[in-house]
Design a protein around this ligand. Structure first.
Ligand SMILES: [Zn+2]
Length: 242
């Protein structure tokens, strides 16, 4: 028994020493939109030994915002398009992030919560499914186009999320007409006419760092090395600020 314990301890110490840091534990929140689970998980698994992941689907995932569960993960990664939420769930959700739980929001997660304006404030964006008034301005239903080859321009080359990433080409779904909050820091843009110009940004929501990446619909993006690098650096930045 003692030998086993020492062996386990040594394995732990070795693993810990190799990477030098405690892994960042991401909680990927899904639900409300289908996706290629296997390939998506492969992308998560390839983020490297310093990032571990767990998946939580709505509505069960609402429990993970409760104070007693917040120590179980370091960064929320949104890959959901959930709509239904109660007043009590809204309060706990917003408070969790406001108190500092960082968020990396991907792709269709900007289409979630059509009737909850505070969510739009959290991520600093909203794809509208219906005419929506946002801060006094009327937004019409947005549009999307699948399978577009387009160029992504890195606007902030010094930023921790984009460092080492040059402008690149991607094959993905584009969105057009969505709201982007004034004052966000744009990280990625495109000139493709089927898309909004700003397709990646970062902001703060009270104590929490937020990073939003519009791309991420399907396998070509999951396997795109530039996107993987952006996702990894977004998780590290959201968690550590570096
Ligand atoms: Zn999509």
């Amino acid at each position: 028994m003692k030998t086993l314990f020492i062996t386990l301890l040594m394995v732990f110490v070795t693993t810990f020493a190799q990477s030098g840091v405690k892994p960042i534990r991401i909680l990927v929140v899904t639900g409300g939109h289908a996706y290629k689970t296997e390939q998506f998980n492969q992308m998560l698994a390839r983020l490297g030994p310093d990032i571990t992941y767990e998946i939580a689907g709505f509505p069960k995932a609402f429990d993970m915002f409760l104070p007693e569960n917040r120590d179980k993960y370091d960064v929320l990664v949104f890959y959901h398009m959930w709509q239904k939420i109660t007043d009590a769930q809204e309060e706990v959700f917003a408070e969790c992030i406001s108190q500092g739980k960082p968020v990396v929001a991907l792709h269709h997660s900007i289409c979630a919560f059509d009737d909850w304006p505070e969510y739009w404030n959290i991520i600093g964006g909203k794809y509208c499914h219906k005419p929506t008034n946002i801060k006094g301005k009327e937004y019409q239903p947005c549009s999307y186009i699948h399978d577009v080859h387009f160029n992504v321009k890195v606007t902030e080359i010094e930023h921790p999320v984009t460092k080492g990433v040059s402008d690149f080409e991607i094959f993905d779904e584009t969105y057009k007409g969505y709201y982007v909050e004034e004052g966000v820091t744009p990280l990625l843009t495109t000139e493709d006419p089927s898309s909004n110009s700003i397709i990646g940004w970062t902001k703060k929501y009270n104590k929490a760092r937020i990073v939003v990446l519009q791309s991420g619909h399907d396998v070509p993006t999951f396997e795109n090395p530039h996107f993987r690098k952006l996702l990894k650096q977004a998780v590290i930045f959201a968690s550590t600020g570096k």
